[in-house]
Design a protein around this ligand. Sequence first.
Ligand SMILES: *Cc1c(COP(=O)(O)O)cnc(C)c1O
Length: 414
Amino acid sequence: MALTPAADLGPATGLSCRECGHTRELGPHYACEECFGPLEISYDFGNITRADIEAGPRNIWRYRGLLPVPGDIADTPNTEPGLTRLVRADQLAESLGLERLWVKDDSGNPTHSFKDRVVAVALAAARELGFKVLACPSTGNLANAVAAAAARAGIRSAVFVPADLEAQKIITTAVYGGTFVTVDGNYDDVNRLASEIAGEQEDWAFVNVNVRPYYAEGSKTLGYEIIEQLGWRLPDQIVVPVASGSQLTKIDKAFQEFVKLGLVEDKPYKVFGAQAAGCDPVAAAFKAGYDVFRPVKPKTIAKSLAIGNPADGTYVLDVVRRTGGAVEDVTDEQVVEGIQLLARTEGIFGETAGGVTVGCLKKLVESGQLDPSAETVIINSGDGLKTLDAVAPVAKPSANIKPSLDAFRAANLA
Ligand SMILES: *Cc1c(COP(=O)(O)O)cnc(C)c1O
C-alpha cells in the first residue's frame, strides 16, 4: 500500500527512527528499515501564531497545522474530540498541601477518555494512507474510541480486547457495531495477535500498531491545550498516567514544539509518570536507576494502564530523567482512595487511571519529589462510569430509610 497521489498529511514531511535517526518517506510504516526502531513523524510547521490557533474549531483540529492530518479535516465527519476542561482544583490542592493545582479532565471526550484524541488523528491519517478498516488491540478505552470513530466515519472497525475486561467497557464498545473480539489472554497477548493479523490484512489500520507513528501524535493535543488553557504558559510540574507511555512522551513533545514555535515562553518543567503497583515496569526501572525496564505480568484494577511491556517505556524514562521528574506507583487500595479523593474534593469521577494519577500525586508530594509550591497539572484520562466495579464496595448510600420524617430523624443524618 502507498500514499495516494492526492494524499494530504498536512505539515508532515517524513518519518524518522527514534533510535538511529534513519529517515524515510511518509507511508504506512512504523518500524525502521535499518534497526527496527519505532518511527516518528517529521514536520515542516511554517509560521503558526496564537491567533491562528484561537480562531480554529473548539476541538483538537484547532491544532491541525501541527498534526499529520489533511488541512480540511475539521469538515469531514469525525468525533471532534478535545478542548476538555482544565479545572482549577483548590480543594484537592489544599487536602494534599499544594498551592496551585489543575486537573485536565479528559473524561469529557466523546467516548469519555483521552483515546478519542489519538484515534481521531490515526483515522484521518489512515484514510490518506489508503487503509479501509480501523482496528486495534485495546485495554478498553481505545476499543470504545475506535468503534465510535469508525461508526461516525462510516467505515468498518475491528477491535480486539482481553476477555476479562470490565463489563462496562465491553458494552460501551459493542454498542457501536463493528467486529468486536474478546481474546482469552492479557493485553500483551492481544497486542501480539494484532501485529500478526496486521501482517495478513493489508488494508486494516491497527491504530496503535501499524499506524502508531500517526496515532501517537494525537496525544500532543493534550499538551497544547494545557498550555493554551493556562493562558499560554507552561506548568511547572505535570503528572501523567503511563500505559504504553506514549501520552507522557507526547505531552513533553508538545511543550517543546510550542517553545520552538515561539508560542510559549521557555522555562523548566518536570514530567512525572504514574503507574499501578500491579503493573509498574517503568516505575520499577526508574527507582532502580535503570535505562531499560523488565516487562511484567499485569495484576491491577487499573486495567486501562495494564500494559506489561510498554512500547514507549524507555522514552518515558528519558523524559522524566531529562526534566527532573520521577515515576511513582500506587497499590490498588490507593487507586480507590485516589478516585474517592478526586470525587469528594472536586466533584470529578475519574476512572481507575485517574485514581492512579491522584494516588501518585499524593505520594510524590509526601515523599518530597514534587514541589508543593510549584504550579502542577494532573491528567484525569477517563471516566469513572467505565470502571464502576473498582469503587462499588466503598461507594454506598449513607442510609436507607422509610418515607417518614420520624425515620429521617432516627437515622441521625441532620
Ligand atoms: C490509554 C490510556 C492511558 C495511557 O496511554 P499511553 O499513551 O498508552 O501511556 C491513560 N489513561 C487512560 C484512561 C487510558 O485509556
